[in-house]
Design a protein around this ligand. Structure first.
Ligand code: PHE
Length: 344
């Protein structure tokens, strides 16, 4: 009987050892330790043993059960641990796997040009100002030295909403508004990008809505030299260090003297279609703020002088990126817009 019991223990222990999962292990438990299991079966033969041997066999049987039970327990812990590890391995997120690319948009070419110019002027101590697109006749014209009936009003065909309200024809009203708002009547340095509107027929170079960037610097002793230096820095930054500018006399009612500013062409003066074989490209209007404009905004024009300029953002973008039709900025053609993506 001793032999049989030991034999059973060895058998059970190998089966426990080779059990591959918790289910197999449970089968082993039921088979060896269950009521109808072989150990119980062997013990049924106890009656045939001598009174001396019986307790010995009883003790041995308990030992065998105990050994099997603790082997099962140990194996169970190992298998459970193994199952947890497998589960964890299965659920691991592979962080090295490249993500699916997300389609992103990009900035409109005009926005890029405007932001570049803003950054440049912010670096020179300017702040960015804003004004309404639906404007009073007073700020769009009168406060800029263009009283009602002034012939120069015809330079800019306007969309009137009422007799006194119109869509602003330029960003210059922001000059008047900024100076008027400044209660200290001291120095001012602003740039103002924004939409403007004119009654033009749209074609490759005209758009009834376009974008201007206005600049205004007012302080004591501001001179034409400051204007020229500022615009030269501006143009070299936008188009390249090799570019030059020239000023030509012009007329605006709100500046005196007034100038048109040309930038040297990328053809280097050899003459090309862009500069119409002149070597120069007209880019903006500018001048010294008219004393009347300063006075109307409450400034002492004896003490303060200033310069102002107004530039068409589309024109800059067209020259910078070689775009030949202003309408492309406003027709949302993705084939055009995607060319300005920084992601592809
Ligand atoms: N407002 C003028 C225009 O739209 C440009 C300009 C601005 C000229 C400031 C001089 C000074 O044509």
């Amino acid at each position: 009987m001793e032999q049989q019991l030991k034999q059973l223990q060895t058998e059970a222990l190998t089966q426990i050892e080779t059990a591959a999962d918790l289910k197999q292990l449970n089968d082993v438990r039921v088979a060896y330790l269950g009521k109808k299991g072989p150990v119980t079966e062997v013990l049924k033969g106890m009656g045939k043993l001598s009174a001396e041997e019986r307790p010995k066999m009883g003790a041995l049987a308990n030992e065998v059960r105990g050994a099997i039970a603790s082997a099962i327990e140990a194996k169970q812990t190992t298998l459970e641990q193994q199952a947890i590890q497998e589960q964890l391995a299965k659920e691991t997120v592979d962080i090295t796997l490249p993500g699916r690319p997300v389609k992103t948009g990009n900035h409109h070419p005009l926005t890029r040009v405007v932001e570049e110019i803003e950054d440049l002027f912010i670096g020179m101590g300017y702040s960015v100002a804003e004004g309404p697109e639906v404007e009073k006749d007073y700020y769009n014209f009168e406060a800029l030295n263009l009283p009602k009936g002034h012939p120069a009003r015809d330079m800019q065909d306007s969309f009137y909403i009422t007799e006194d309200i119109l869509l602003r024809t330029h960003t210059s009203p922001v000059q008047a508004r900024t100076m008027e708002k400044n209660t200290e009547k001291g120095p001012v340095k602003i740039i103002c990008p924004g939409k403007v509107f004119r009654r033009d027929n749209d074609d490759a170079t005209h758009s009834h809505q376009f974008m201007q960037i206005e600049g205004l610097a007012v302080d004591e002793n501001i001179s034409m030299g400051d204007l020229k230096g500022t615009l030269e820095t501006f143009m070299k930054k936008v188009f390249g260090e090799d570019r030059e500018i020239r000023l030509r006399p012009s007329f605006f009612p709100f500046t005196e003297p007034s100038v048109e500013v040309d930038v040297s062409c990328m053809c280097g003066g050899k003459g090309c279609n862009i500069c119409k074989h002149t070597g120069w490209i007209e880019v903006l209007g500018a001048g010294m703020v008219h004393p009347n404009v300063l006075e109307m905004a409450g400034y002492d024009s004896e003490k303060y002088t200033g310069f102002a300029f107004g530039i068409g953002a589309e024109r800059i973008a067209m020259l910078k990126y070689g775009i030949d039709d202003i309408r492309l900025f406003y027709t949302d053609d993705l084939r055009f817009l995607k060319q300005f993506s920084v992601h592809e």
